[in-house]
Design a protein around this ligand. Structure first.
Ligand SMILES: C[S@@+](CC[C@H](N)C(=O)[O-])C[C@H]1O[C@@H](n2cnc3c(N)ncnc32)[C@H](O)[C@@H]1O
Length: 267
C-alpha cells in the first residue's frame, strides 16, 4: 500500500521511536554502509562526479557516502544533511559541511548542486513526491539525482514462511507507523519522468542472502530494532522472531534479500 494512502494515519517521524538514534542504530547504519556502499559508489561513478562537483547527500546517516564524495570532488563542495548530526559529527573530514535539515520542509536555493544522492530516505517519507520535485529545483542544469530504495518483491516470493512472514509484517509496521512504502521504488524511474527529469535510468540489484553474512546481520538487526513494536502490535509472535533470527544466523540458509533499486535523472 502506498504511504499516501495512510494520510493522517502515519503516526510518527523517522527516528522518533522506530530507528531512534542509539548505539544499535549506529551499528546498523555502519553495517548498511559496509554492505551497500560499493553499489552506491559504482552508480555515482558511472553517472560522473566531477572534481569540482557541488554535492548534496540527503539523510546522510553515518556519512560514509558523504566522505567518499569529498574524495571524488576535491575541488568541489559536499553538504551532508540529517535530522540529527550525532553520527555525521564524527566523520573525520574537515571539508564536509554538515547541516541539520529536514528534506521535507527545509529549503536550498535553486541551482545549488551538481549531484544529489539519497539512499533509503525517500521511501520512508510520505512527502516523497514533493521532495522529488523540490530536488529538481535544487539541481543545477546538467546535474543529477540518484535515489536508492529497497523493493520487497524478493520477500513476497520467498519459499521460507518465517522469513517471508517476519519481513512482510515488519514492512507493514513501518508502513503504518512512518508512511514507508516498500514498493514505491518499482515505479521510481517512471516518476522521475513525471517530475520533469531527463536522461532517466535505473538499475535493480537483487542480492543473495545467506545466514551469518553482513547482509543477513543487517536485516536481522533492522528487524530486531522494532522487536517491541512488532510484538506489542500483534504483528508477529516472539517465537516467529526467534525463528527468524536463527535463520539469519544459519549459514545453510539462503534466500533473496529485498532488492535495491537505484534510479536517477538529470535536470
Ligand atoms: C535508513 S537511514 C539511511 C542513512 C544513509 N542514507 C545511508 O544509506 O547510509 C535513513 C536516514 O535518513 C534520515 N532522515 C529521515 N527522515 C529525514 C528527513 N525528513 N530529512 C533528512 N533526513 C532524514 C535519518 O535520520 C537517517 O539517517
Amino acid at each position: 500500500m502506498a504511504a499516501d494512502d495512510f494520510g493522517g494515519r502515519v503516526v510518527e517521524k523517522y527516528g522518533d521511536t522506530l530507528f531512534a538514534l542509539d548505539q544499535d542504530e549506529e551499528f546498523r547504519l555502519r553495517l548498511l554502509a559496509e554492505v551497500f556502499d560499493p553499489l552506491c559508489r559504482a552508480a555515482l561513478s558511472e553517472l560522473g562526479v566531477d572534481a569540482r562537483a557541488r554535492c548534496l547527500e540527503v539523510g546522510a546517516g553515518s556519512g560514509s557516502v558523504a566522505r567518499w564524495l569529498c574524495d571524488k570532488a576535491p575541488h568541489g563542495d559536499v553538504v551532508a544533511t540529517d535530522l540529527d548530526l550525532s553520527l555525521l559529527d564524527r566523520v573525520p573530514e574537515p571539508r564536509l559541511r554538515r547541516l541539520v535539515h529536514d528534506v521535507t520542509t527545509d529549503p536550498f536555493p535553486e541551482n545549488s548542486f551538481d549531484v544529489i544522492h539519497a539512499r533509503l530516505v525517500l521511501s520512508h517519507l510520505p512527502q516523497r513526491e514533493d521532495v522529488m520535485r523540490r530536488m529538481l529545483r535544487w539541481l543545477r542544469p546538467g546535474g543529477f539525482v540518484l535515489i536508492e530504495s529497497f523493493c520487497w518483491f524478493p520477500v513476497e516470493s520467498s519459499p521460507h514462511p518465517t522469513y517471508r512472514k517476519v519481513m512482510q509484517r515488519w514492512s507493514s509496521l513501518i508502513c503504518g507507523t512512518l508512511g514507508t512504502d516498500s514498493w514505491w521504488s518499482r515505479a521510481q524511474p517512471g516518476s522521475f519522468l513525471g517530475y520533469g527529469y531527463r536522461d532517466v535510468g535505473a538499475n535493480t540489484v537483487t542480492q543473495n542472502l545467506r545466514g551469518g553474512t553482513p547482509l543477513a546481520d543487517f536485516w536481522r538487526l533492522t528487524v530486531d530494532m522494532s522487536r517491541d513494536q512488532l510484538i506489542a502490535g500483534g504483528y508477529v509472535l516472539p517465537s516467529d522472531l526467534d525463528e527468524f533470527y536463527a535463520l539469519l544466523r544459519d549459514d545453510t540458509f539462503w534466500d533473496l534479500a529485498p532488492a535495491l533499486v537505484q534510479s536517477w535523472g538529470r535536470k
